[in-house]
Design a protein around this ligand. Structure first.
Ligand SMILES: [Zn+2]
Length: 87
């Protein structure tokens, strides 16, 4: 697993600070603009921007991401790790 470090920023949902991202599906891949990322603290979906900042996904992007089985698996794994319950 490759971890990419970048300047510290904050989750747009829970405000937790983060400064790195790890690819969990494609070995060796590093984030690039328009790639999705999931906050490890709250599970919030964000999109990388130029310079590896983040923005919230548009409504259409959010719907597409929520239908993506890789995103669903990542969120389930995170929920399992955090002990979150399904609603
Ligand atoms: Zn968060």
């Amino acid at each position: 697993m490759v971890t990419t470090h970048y300047p510290k920023q904050h989750c747009l949902y829970c405000n937790v600070a983060f400064d790195a991202a790890s690819e969990v599906w494609e070995e060796g891949k590093r984030p690039k603009p328009d790639d999705a990322t999931i906050c490890i603290a709250c599970g919030g979906l964000m999109i990388f921007t130029e310079g590896l900042g983040v923005r919230k996904p548009t409504e259409e992007e959010r719907k597409q991401l929520e239908r993506d089985v890789k995103v669903q698996h990542a969120q389930m794994a995170l929920a399992h790790t955090k002990g979150w319950k399904r609603q």
